[in-house]
Design a protein around this ligand. Structure first.
Ligand SMILES: C[S@@+](CC[C@H](N)C(=O)[O-])C[C@H]1O[C@@H](n2cnc3c(N)ncnc32)[C@H](O)[C@@H]1O
Length: 205
């Protein structure tokens, strides 16, 4: 039931070091596509000023997050909820409000583009003004990426033609109508990047 990821083990201290500054105020962070639940357990422990709300769409992931949750003594590690990032309307009835931040690691390239569109739409709709959507994973910049990410992209596409490493520029364009703009881009180990999108305040006439 309890899944383990070596990649999570390696990347979590580096991600936490950035999240500490991005999610600097106390509040609830909604994690979309939590996978094993390891990140949720780690970040709830390392960032105790945050309430960490994990979620995923798959039963196997939800079972694993529940197992990590059951083992944790952190009150700020909340029980997981089922959210499909691609859904028109996210099911948030069990999620405490307001949502002060959204975190998403390693989903954008391993799901159809509709999941990215849904992630951006949901963030635009549910984040408070000024709050951050953080995404982490491999990306292509101006048509370029590392040799290892090129190989990863080819292997993703051979598994599912709808998967693949995305262009950062496409994500930025897709984010604009949702009221989100890219404010930070951090180079991370293993040719990954961490992107921070900020929800802009609503313009009034
Ligand atoms: C490669 S795993 C990454 C898990 C974790 N965030 C990590 O970094 O280790 C991708 C995750 O995305 C989830 N996922 C894929 N499509 C999704 C969707 N439409 N909505 C929510 N989660 C999704 C999968 O269930 C899986 O847990």
């Amino acid at each position: 039931m309890k899944l383990y990821s070596g990649a999570c083990e390696r990347n979590q201290p580096h991600i936490a070091a950035v999240l500490k500054n991005v999610f600097d105020a106390p509040g609830l962070i909604l994690e979309i596509a939590s996978g094993t639940g390891m990140h949720a357990a780690y970040f709830a422990n390392r960032l105790p000023h945050l309430q960490w709300q994990p979620s995923d769409v798959q039963d196997q992931a939800l079972d694993s997050i529940c197992a990590w949750h059951a083992e944790s003594d952190r009150k700020n590690f909340l029980a997981p909820v089922r959210i499909d990032a691609a859904a028109d309307d996210w099911e948030l009835s069990d999620v405490p409000r307001p949502i002060q931040g959204i975190f998403n690691a390693n989903m954008i390239h391993i799901a159809p583009w509709e999941a990215t569109c849904g992630l951006l739409r949901g963030a635009g709709r549910h984040l408070v003004a000024g709050a951050a959507l953080v995404t982490y994973g491999p990306y292509r910049f101006q048509g370029r990426m590392s040799e290892s990410n090129e190989q990863f992209h080819a292997s993703l596409q051979s598994q599912n033609a709808q998967w693949g490493v995305r262009d950062v520029e496409s994500i930025i364009e897709q984010a604009k109508p949702e009221g989100l703009s890219l404010s930070e881009c951090h180079a991370m180990p293993a040719n990954n990047h961490l992107l921070v999108f900020r929800k802009q305040p609503m313009l009034t006439a």
